[in-house]
Design a binder for this molecule. Structure first.
Ligand code: NAD
Length: 266
């Protein structure tokens, strides 16, 4: 008689022995993802423009050899290559990449006043940065059978006025996600997370860190009843980086407390 598959226990340490590169990992959502990976038993290589924030993470976590930091500008290819090489030298293998670094400030004023310089700055950091990091990490990720997670935004799907550069960069990131998933599979899976409103004030470097000032209305407008936290994004990132999501690739996942499914007519 054929036996039915057995019930397997839930793995509380799905990132055990896995090394994850996280861009913009020293603050905000990136720091939340790093803490989730560490909590799930993994190791992290942070890269960030803000060296003080990176050093503060290592000091505060006390994670020993499981956490490393190196200054990184995702928009500069030489910087990206040096960062990936440093991670390989330290850890010996790479199992995940989270393209999170971004200029998280959508409003740049009216389109007819938007300079080409500003437009290029958004595209260089938010989109080209993900391309460069993926390009240089890919050979190691292929060797390990790894995964890439791109942090886009619900602004890839919907907009407020005067946010063209940011919205275009995040829409591009969603397209880059399915393109890379098709090219890099089956060795490497590629998915995107589209966060909604995530309060990051308490996740900054020690000099600028503060408790978020959020009103009852801020929370209540969300079908989930609250504004999001970096942990909300970290939890999904761990799933997408781990083998538990082995049949999931090329997808984008909205994590916004239900805001984008709420019909609004004023
Ligand atoms: N917070 C939100 O509500 C929200 C919502 C949707 C999407 N996002 C996206 O999530 C990501 C993280 O946003 P956040 O709110 O945590 O922002 P944040 O400003 O708190 O953190 C971003 C980090 O990226 C770093 N960084 C910026 N440019 C860089 C570069 N060129 N190279 C390396 N590091 C760089 C910054 O120093 C910072 O530590 C961004 O891509 C953002 O667009 C945020």
């Amino acid at each position: 008689m054929t036996k039915t598959p057995a019930i397997t226990a839930y793995d509380a340490q799905p990132m055990r022995d896995r090394v994850v590169l996280i861009t913009g990992g020293a603050q905000g959502i990136g720091r939340g993802i790093a803490q989730a990976v560490l909590g799930a038993g993994g190791s992290v290589m942070l890269g960030d423009l803000d060296a003080d924030a990176g050093r503060a993470c290592l000091r505060e976590w006390q994670a020993g050899p499981r956490a490393a930091f190196r200054t990184l500008d995702v928009a500069r290819e030489t910087s990206v290559k040096r960062w990936v090489d440093a991670a390989l030298a330290q850890f010996g293998h790479l199992d995940g990449l989270v393209n999170n670094a971004g200029i998280a400030d959508p409003n740049r004023g009216p389109l007819h006043e938007l300079s080409l310089k500003t437009w290029n700055r958004y595209l260089d950091t938010n989109l080209t940065g993900a391309f460069l990091c993926s390009k240089h990490a890919l050979p190691s990720l292929v060797a390990a059978g790894g995964a890439i997670v791109n942090i886009a935004s619900t602004r890839a799907l919907q907009s407020e006025p005067d946010t063209e550069a940011y919205a275009a960069s995040k829409g591009g990131l969603v397209a880059l996600t399915h393109a890379m998933a098709v090219s890099a599979g089956p060795a490497v899976r590629v998915n995107a997370i589209l966060p909604g409103w995530i309060a990051t004030d308490a996740w900054k470097n020690p000099q600028t860190r503060r408790q978020p000032k959020l009103s009852r209305r801020d929370h209540a407008q969300h079908p989930a009843g609250r504004v999001g936290t970096p942990e909300d994004i970290g939890n999904l990132a761990v799933y997408l980086l781990s083998t538990a999501s082995g049949f999931v690739t090329g997808q984008h996942f909205v994590v916004d407390g239900g805001m984008t499914v709420k019909m609004q007519y004023v």
